[in-house]
Design a protein around this ligand. Structure first.
Ligand SMILES: Cc1ncc(COP(=O)(O)O)c(C=O)c1O
Length: 441
């Protein structure tokens, strides 16, 4: 979106200009992805020097508000670190295959757990982690081949990723990330002043050669999703995890962050690249997708130094994750009904994903989605395809937010798409693909 003609970017000095842009972002007049004027244009309009505007853009970039988008110039970040009222909304009647949420029908009913959970008053200064939660989590990680002597509890996968990175990295450090990958991670890096370094992915996870190349350029950390990779749907198998481990063994100082955000409902077995055997590592298991996003809690296994730093930093901030929440997760994980419920959820998501992939294949459309909620469909024209699908009543996401250098695509979340509807969607996508180029010409 070009906002060249809009005049609410004002000010005579760098501070005022930056504040007016931040206000524009906050008040949604500069929505995510919108393009700012070029340095020269804005300098001419405000009658300030180009150096001043360049300094403003640099400062906003350092704070994660905007990003340099190559030939596109400077654009507002997709998730700028300031509260905005901007929300993607679909017109009534449009099927939302964009949100990436779990199906509420497949989440546990919390009624019984809320009645059963008993927590004595917890006061300041008491231990941060529920010992039973730590024990259950350790057992689960151990069962999956991850030796986690040191373990802590955080507020979800993204909280874990941020805290692990913060434990070791400083502004300007480079981080290897999946491409395409989760925009939440890209936005987080921007906010922390860290520099993403793309690693190609295929159906079996990050590509070892591409990872080796990124590591060769000097990165301090590698963030990956071992399964339910968002948006590509890739998942490690044993062989790929081993290949990546051997590549990483050449760089023992690199922090490896494994974001297992989907956990048991990913539909594929857990494989860990680090297995708890590196100098700096964390494996993060969130319950957001399996038990519900509002229970946003994750357990983090890691090396002694990283976990101690995470806990020390947390102590001066939020202190701990509510023990009510921790006990709730212990209760749900210990409930005899939970394993069958999680298996059913994993099976249902896999069926929905599989039905969509089959229907697309029936129309000659190649797509990816081995694990998790999402299917990634390479297309020649992202915006045109998204717009044509919207006309047909389907809301999906353009791949742009997920990509650094990888090819164009759309992301379709199959989490709530019944197999019976998959064929209709595939037919509409096939029609959209035949008309999309014309629409954006
Ligand atoms: C790769 C990835 N990591 C993390 C998250 C968020 O997890 P949490 O809610 O536990 O922070 C998501 C959400 O979709 C995701 O796709």
């Amino acid at each position: 979106m070009n906002v060249r003609k809009q005049s609410y970017i004002t000010g005579r000095g760098a501070g005022e200009i930056a504040a007016s842009i931040e206000r524009g972002i906050r008040e949604s007049r500069l929505p995510p992805g919108s393009r700012l004027p070029t340095v020269r244009e804005l300098a001419a309009r405000l009658e300030v020097s180009p150096t001043t505007v360049a300094a403003v853009y640099r400062d906003l970039g350092r704070r994660g508000m905007v990003s340099a988008a190559g030939r596109l110039g400077t654009t507002v970040s997709f998730r700028p670190p300031v509260a905005t009222s901007w929300r993607p909304v679909f017109a009534p009647g449009v099927r939302d295959l964009a949100s990436g949420n779990p199906d509420p029908e497949l989440l546990p009913d919390l009624g019984e757990a809320l009645v059963a959970v008993q927590v004595p008053p917890i006061l300041y200064g008491q231990r941060a982690n529920d010992p039973e939660l730590v024990e259950v989590a350790r057992g689960r990680l151990h069962r999956d081949g991850v030796a986690a002597d040191h373990l802590t509890v955080v507020g979800g996968a993204m909280d874990g990723v941020e805290r692990a990175l913060q434990a070791h990295l400083r502004t300007g450090d480079r981080v290897a990330v999946e491409d395409p990958g989760y925009p939440g991670v890209l936005d987080l890096l921007a906010t922390m002043g860290l520099v993403p370094c793309p690693v190609a992915v295929d159906d079996r996870g990050p590509d070892p050669q591409s990872l080796a190349a990124a590591l060769g350029r000097g990165v301090s950390a590698f963030v990956l999703s071992p399964r339910a990779e968002n948006p590509y749907g890739s998942a490690l198998d044993r062989a790929r995890a081993g290949e990546l481990r051997r590549v990483l063994d050449q760089h023992p100082e690199v922090l490896v962050v494994e974001d297992d955000h989907a956990g048991e409902i990913a539909g594929t077995a857990p494989f860990s690249v680090s297995r708890g055997e590196r100098e700096r590592w964390v494996v993060i298991r969130s319950v957001s997708k399996s038990l519900g996003p509002d229970l946003r809690l994750a357990v983090v296994g890691g090396d002694a130094t990283t976990i101690a730093r995470v806990e020390g930093r947390r102590l001066v901030g939020t202190g701990w994750v509510s023990h009510l929440l921790q006990r709730l997760v212990v209760w749900l994980w210990s409930d005899p009904a939970t394993p069958a419920r999680l298996e059913r959820a994993a099976r249902t998501y896999a069926e929905r994903r599989g039905a969509l992939l089959d229907a697309l294949a029936g129309h000659g459309i190649a797509a990816h989605g081995r694990s998790g909620f999402n299917v990634w469909v390479p297309v020649a024209h992202e915006d045109g395809t998204v717009a044509a699908l919207l006309d047909a009543g389907w809301g999906v996401l353009a791949g742009e937010r997920f990509r650094i250098g990888s090819g164009r695509a759309i992301r379709v979340s199959a989490a709530t798409l019944a197999p019976a509807d998959a064929e209709r969607f595939a037919a509409d996508l096939a029609a959209a693909l035949s008309t999309a180029p014309a629409r954006i010409a």
